[in-house]
Design a protein around this ligand. Structure first.
Ligand SMILES: [Zn+2]
Length: 311
């Protein structure tokens, strides 16, 4: 099915089911107005739940749920907890994300085309092509698409109730803003459709998400990220190889590859916790676990020494 037919179908379905979108559903989540330039609207908007459209979206998301082994992928039912994690991330990167819009399971054609016109960070010719078809395709997300970032409108679209996925998409927005600062936002945007560049951009966004989880010491979030973002990255790599069922093979490989960093971090947390509560000298063997563990322990030793000094 080509893009035009898809968009038409989506428009018909959505209009038939009167899929209104709310500026924000204050009754449910009350997403706040985050950055200073969001004076007349909320930076985060949540779509009005629509049982028909959301159920269909949930069904079209089954392959993604299977690939990532997570029923919350593309479930079109985002919890307040996930929205809060996004809010926290925006606060953390308030400067980089000050212009970014976050649409949670929302279908807003007029709003998105307005943003396409206004997003001067990307040169107008790139916004015409590939910006217009990209934005049209982006609008199908509520029904047939996955979570994604649209650089032409600087909008994050979330359909999964999975924090690491939301952070990964937000990571794209931060990466985009860094490019915008250098005047290369257009190149970033076009890079989204050039496979080798896309793979690199995916890597950067996932690294950004994982580093944020490390910095904020969100252990559960970090462990979940290895389980989700590695296989998700694998689908891109596998798909790019052009082999049959490349995405599935890539996802499976990602599930396997993600085990090692997760186990390493679990071990690091354990060593850290033990070191925190005991005066035992940390053995060479423990120090050799990984550079990362060593870094954590060296930091810990220093802070212990500092507090001993100040005592
Ligand atoms: Zn991505």
């Amino acid at each position: 099915m080509n893009i035009v037919k898809t968009v038409l179908l989506v428009c018909i379905v959505l209009s038939l089911t009167s899929c209104a979108t709310s500026k924000f559903s204050a009754n449910k989540y009350n997403p706040k107005i985050t950055a200073s330039n969001w004076t007349d609207e909320s930076q985060i908007e949540v779509g009005q739940p629509n049982i028909i459209v959301d159920s269909l979206g949930n069904i079209t998301g089954i392959p993604a749920k299977i690939l990532l082994l997570n029923p919350k992928i593309e479930n079109h039912n985002i919890s307040p907890e996930t929205v809060k994690i996004i809010e926290k991330y925006i606060d953390y990167n308030s400067e980089q994300m000050k212009d970014t819009k976050i649409r949670i399971n929302q279908f807003t054609p007029v709003g998105e085309f307005k943003r396409l016109v206004k997003n001067k960070k990307v040169q107008w010719w790139w916004r015409v092509f590939p910006g217009i078809p990209t934005t049209m395709f982006s609008l199908t997300g509520r029904l047939i698409g996955g979570d994604h970032y649209n650089p032409y409108t600087d909008t994050i679209n979330i359909y999964s109730d999975v924090p690491s996925v939301a952070l990964h998409e937000s990571g794209h927005a931060v990466d985009f803003s860094e490019h915008a600062k250098e005047g290369t936002a257009g190149i970033y945007a076009v890079g989204r459709i050039l496979t080798p560049v896309t793979l690199y951009q995916e890597h950067v966004a996932s690294e950004e998400a994982i580093n944020y989880l490390k910095e904020t010491k969100d252990r559960e979030g970090e462990k979940e990220a290895y389980k989700t973002l590695y296989p998700a990255g694998g689908t891109y790599v596998g798909g790019a190889t052009g082999i049959p069922f490349g995405s599935a093979v890539g996802a499976a490989a990602g599930h396997i590859v993600g085990v090692t960093p997760r186990k390493n971090r679990e071990k690091a947390f354990e060593v850290y916790d033990n070191a925190l509560w005991s005066d035992d000298i940390i053995s060479e063997e423990e120090l050799m676990l990984s550079d990362e563990t060593r870094g954590i322990l060296e930091g810990l030793k220093k802070s212990k020494a500092n507090s001993a000094q100040s005592n």
